[in-house]
Design a protein around this ligand. Structure first.
Ligand SMILES: Cc1ncc(C[n+]2csc(CCOP(=O)(O)OP(=O)(O)O)c2C)c(N)n1
Ligand code: SF4
Length: 529
């Protein structure tokens, strides 16, 4: 899969081709070497160890700033080992191109920097819910929910229990390091009795903070899960067991057998205040007595067949009569010349910024296009800044987020200045203003000034400013048919007097581009456009 993010970092070549031949019966118990630094063991057997980076990882780990040569994990962190085991299993199973990795909130939030698979990063604790949606909509994919103990066992308790109880055919890797790592060491539901954290400075007391939650055991009380195992990244032997469990969990998903869950006891040297070797030892000595390793479930669940939901239109099921469609969505009303158009509309609350985006996607749907609309606004309803991203595409849309729009509709000067630099070279800025600010320039894009507020005002309401801009957008880009715009307005605008103004505003915006913009109303200082 192509790696398309902007900032890249070069990881030094980490392929170590150290050969270490291992006799099969000794595979999980390589003996210490007699001569440290040499590959020759004490008994002079020859070993071949092959350390290489899984091809499932990106060649380059894209990081910001100066930390270009390393992952973002602390030395000795279990997340790195868990990532490696998962990557190797996915590689061995040959499912890279249909894997979707759901990253949580926590230290592993940036897992998408490493895994060259489909990646989604979700809200704290919600990974099993998002994974459910992904798996149900793309049943052939391998969906992994990767979560820490704060994420899964605290804020996300409900999501994991219900996903497991529904027997969602996803795989959950639960990295239990007994603490909130990312936020500096608060008590987690899995913190051991007596263990100190920033929020239990005297050590965890069951009388005050309750007992540690045993998630594997808890989920094993449910009917639906197919596979539940707890493993530990404490020593080589247990890491090999973890490797097998991780692979098995993924195989279960590949075979469509049901919900699989692997709890991975994992060192967090930084927050535990230990060096990496001590931290591993601590997993073995301190965590494992509280969280014993075990296979808690390994069977194919019996799911009663049940009635199929009615395969009828929603309106039919709800007993409502849908309005006769004014269009046939399956047939594009316009032969679009573009493959996709990305529009960012920005201004302040009250200018109809979000509504303009909604109108465009409604039009796109009516013309048989794939569409997305992503709003962004502050807590203020009016006067705060607001923007939205609109994608119109002939193909499925990968992400509704637009980093580089083809068209920026800047409803005010602030938005113009803030977002102009994002527009692709050769793109268009439509600016709601009679002329550009004197010190503004955007040499590589076409800037069109439209006194939309004035035009709308003359028509009877400044509320129609966004519709003037819509008319200008349609005329300048020809991305959607004006006839579709009219039919959308007629359906959406309930007040007849406002609809009349909107009709005129749409026409005025188009006319402005046709008759005035090309004869001097464009105020780009260099005369471009
Ligand atoms: C809704 C919400 N609440 C709280 C936070 C703060 N927060 C970020 S990470 C985290 C805990 C992460 O701990 P864990 O899941 O154990 O992962 P680790 O960092 O140890 O790998 C919390 C509480 C947040 N980002 N979002
Ligand atoms: S704080 Fe702990 S869990 Fe987070 S990266 Fe460091 S060692 Fe890993």
């Amino acid at each position: 899969m192509a790696n398309e993010r902007g900032v890249s970092a070069v990881l030094p070549d980490v392929k170590l081709d150290v050969k270490l031949e291992v006799k099969p019966e000794r595979e999980s118990a390589i003996q210490p070497q007699a001569n440290p630094g040499s590959n020759q063991p004490a008994n002079n057997e020859t070993y071949e160890a092959i350390h290489e980076k899984s091809t499932l990882f990106y060649d380059l780990y894209e990081r910001k700033s100066e930390l270009k040569h390393q992952t973002h994990y602390c030395p000795g962190c279990g997340h790195g080992v868990a990532h490696k085991l998962i990557a190797e299993a996915l590689q061995e199973l040959g499912v890279q191109d249909r894997t979707i990795f759901v990253s949580p909130v926590g230290c592993s939030v940036f897992a998408y920097y490493y895994f060259d698979v489909g990646n989604v990063q979700v809200a704290h604790g919600r990974a099993p819910a998002s994974a459910t949606g992904l798996k149900r909509s793309r049943p052939d994919s391998i969906v992994i929910s990767y979560q820490g103990d704060g994420d899964l066992a605290a804020i996300g308790t409900a999501e994991i229990v219900h996903a497991a109880n529904r027997g969602e055919k996803i795989t959950v890797f639960f990295v239990n390091n007994g603490i909130y790592g990312m936020t500096g060491g608060q008590l987690a539901p899995t913190t051991l009795v007596g263990m100190k954290s920033t929020t239990s400075p005297w050590g965890r007391r069951p009388s005050n903070e309750g007992f540690p939650l045993h998630m594997a055991e808890l989920l094993a009380t449910l009917e639906a899960p197919a596979y539940i195992e707890r493993v530990a990244l404490s020593d080589n032997k247990n890491i090999m067991k973890a490797r097998r469990a991780i692979r098995k969990a993924l195989e279960i998903q590949r075979d469509g057998a049901g919900f699989s869950f692997v709890e991975i006891l994992s060192p967090c040297p930084t927050i535990w205040g230990k060096d990496p070797v001590e931290a591993r030892r601590w997993v073995l000595d301190k965590m494992m007595p509280t969280f014993p390793l075990n296979v808690f479930r390994d069977r194919r669940p019996e799911m009663p067949a049940g009635n199929q939901p009615p395969q009828r239109p929603v309106a039919d099921v709800l007993g409502i009569t849908p309005k006769p469609a004014a269009h046939d969505a399956s047939k594009p009303t316009q032969a679009h010349r573009f493959r996709d158009v990305k529009v960012k509309i920005a201004g302040f609350g009250g200018q109809g910024v979000l509504l303009l985006g909604q109108l465009l996607i409604e039009m796109g749907m009516r013309e048989g296009l794939e569409v997305s609309w992503l709003p962004s606004y502050g807590p203020e309803m009016r006067s705060g800044s607001a923007h939205c991203h609109v994608c119109l595409s002939k193909e499925r849309i990968g992400s509704p987020l637009i980093s580089h729009p083809d068209v920026l509709v800047a409803m005010n000067e602030y938005s113009l200045r803030k977002f102009a630099h994002e527009v692709v070279s050769g793109g268009i800025i439509l600016y709601n203003g009679a002329s550009l600010p004197a010190d503004f320039s955007a040499p590589e894009v076409q800037v069109v000034c439209i006194p939309a507020a004035e035009i709308a005002d003359k028509l009877g309401s400044t509320k129609a400013t966004n519709i003037v801009m819509m008319g200008a957008l349609l005329e300048e880009t020809e991305c959607l048919a004006p006839g579709t715009a009219l039919s959308v307005l007629e359906d959406k605008v309930k007040k007849l007097d406002l609809l009349e103004i909107d009709r005129k505003a749409l026409a005025a915006g188009r006319l402005f581009i046709d008759e005035q913009a090309h004869i001097g109303a464009v105020s780009q200082p260099d005369g471009f456009a």
